[in-house]
Write a protein that binds this ligand. Structure first.
Ligand code: PLP
Length: 417
């Protein structure tokens, strides 16, 4: 079936909803233009049905019960793990650890791998464009262990300055942890080159895939990354579920991250042995419904095709950039050659929060803020930006509405046009 966002939109009940500026049902109802997909995407009916069906037909805990419901729940949960492995082309489903999302995935790696393999004086290379989730866990580790952090700078066009990469390496470099796609500029970073170079120095690479996995084809075998983190809610799945991919060679050596039920092999009063991988990293009852929903989201995305999604978003973003450029005083941050569906901008001297609030009253949902990237904002010398972020269900008409909305914002704040 040819790719058609208007057909796909029919799967998303929330996209049919209308809202009033005041929130009162008696006021004029306007359609929703949702352009905050880098924060969270909407869910198709298929994903909601998968979660509902689990609760209605197989609700039970996993891995423990020998009854039929428990077997069914375990089967569905493990099928989802296999689907994730297939989606990112992992060698085996055992390389996939279910987590609450990208943030927990990064904390898991920092806590488990970091504490096991890093010592005082070692170095980690991050970038200046990291989301706080891929900064603070490493920052805290550096404070605790005496590990030094170094940063790949970004250039004005929103790309990483890889000409600086070599100079950041030393014989104490142990890890490079970078985002595959920036949540502020939309830059798709050349992580393949970063991984190639790092591995040539025997240095491991952690990829924050929170933005990339939902928008571009990601193949961990082809990339050869050591770790990859992602969140379900950014890829049509439920909230509170995500995963960490860990290359097999690390898994056996990494200690558990949390302790309790589900993650043990045998327990005595004074000691315990751990379960097999990946279960030793999944302490306690997991988010079974979330994992099943994520499996269904992966089925949904795979049916559309990640290549189709990426190609469509390239066109949509180019269209948005051209249209926004026509608005005087509007400054788009970054213009990377490889970009996903994210545009951050500033409108004259109008505070991004005012722009966001005004647009919301017009039925247009964008993000206004620091986007959990305060060091990046500081380098841009702005407190915040407005961010419009797209997904495969957004249309060119919605971009037109965004542009009309921004023109109204300018007029309202007396800037003329
Ligand atoms: N990394 C990036 C690049 C992000 O954009 C986000 C969320 O916006 C995260 C990490 C954290 O994801 P989550 O809040 O789902 O854990």
């Amino acid at each position: 079936m040819p790719f058609d966002p208007n057909v796909l939109r029919r799967d998303f009940p929330i996209l049919k909803k209308k809202f009033s500026a005041s929130g009162k049902e008696s006021d004029k109802q306007i359609p929703l233009v949702y352009l905050d997909n880098a924060s969270a995407t909407h869910k198709p009916r298929q994903v909601m049905d998968a979660v509902k069906n689990y609760y209605e037909e197989s609700n039970s805990n996993v891995h423990r019960a020998i009854h039929k419901l428990g077997e069914k729940a375990t089967y569905l949960y493990e099928e989802s793990r296999k689907k994730i492995a297939g989606f990112i082309n992992a060698e085996s489903a055992n390389e996939i650890i279910f987590t609450r999302g990208a943030t927990e995935s990064i904390n898991l790696a920092a806590s488990s791998w970091g504490r096991k393999f890093l010592v005082d004086g070692d170095e980690i290379i991050l970038s200046e464009m990291e989301h706080h989730s891929n900064l603070i866990p490493w920052q805290q580790l550096s404070i605790e262990l005496g590990v030094k952090l170094k940063f790949i700078p970004f250039l004005e066009n929103g790309t990483l300055d890889l000409s600086k990469l070599e100079s950041l390496f030393s014989d104490r470099t142990r890890l490079v942890a970078v985002t595959q796609m920036s949540n502020v500029f939309g830059t798709i970073n050349n992580v393949k080159e970063i991984i190639r170079f790092s591995h040539s120095r025997n240095v491991s690479v952690f990829l924050d895939g929170a933005q990339s996995v939902s928008h571009i084809p990601v193949d961990v075998k082809d990339l050869d990354c050591d770790f990859l983190a992602a969140s379900g809610h950014k890829m049509c799945g439920p909230t509170g579920i995500g995963f960490l991919y860990v290359k097999r060679k690390w898994l056996d050596q990494m200690p558990p991250y949390q302790f309790g039920g589900e993650m043990i092999g045998s327990v005595w009063l004074d000691r315990a042995e751990w379960a097999e991988i990946p279960y030793k990293f999944e302490a306690g009852t997991p988010n079974v419904a979330g994992a099943i929903g994520l499996g269904s989201a992966i089925d949904y995305l795979s049916k559309i095709g990640m290549k189709n999604i990426h190609e469509y978003e390239i066109k949509l973003t180019a269209y948005a950039r051209e249209k926004l450029k026509e608005i005087s005083d509007l400054k788009i941050f970054g213009n990377p050659p490889e970009q996903g569906g994210v545009l951050s901008f500033y409108l004259g001297k109008i505070h991004p929060h005012d722009v966001g609030q005004f647009l919301d009253n017009e039925g247009i949902a964008v993000r206004a803020g620091h986007h959990c990237a305060q060091p990046l904002m500081r380098k841009l010398a702005v407190p915040a930006t407005v961010r419009a972020s797209f997904y495969f269900y957004n249309t060119h008409e919605e971009i037109d509405k965004l542009v009309e909305g921004i023109i109204k914002v300018r007029k309202f704040f007396n800037h003329g046009i």
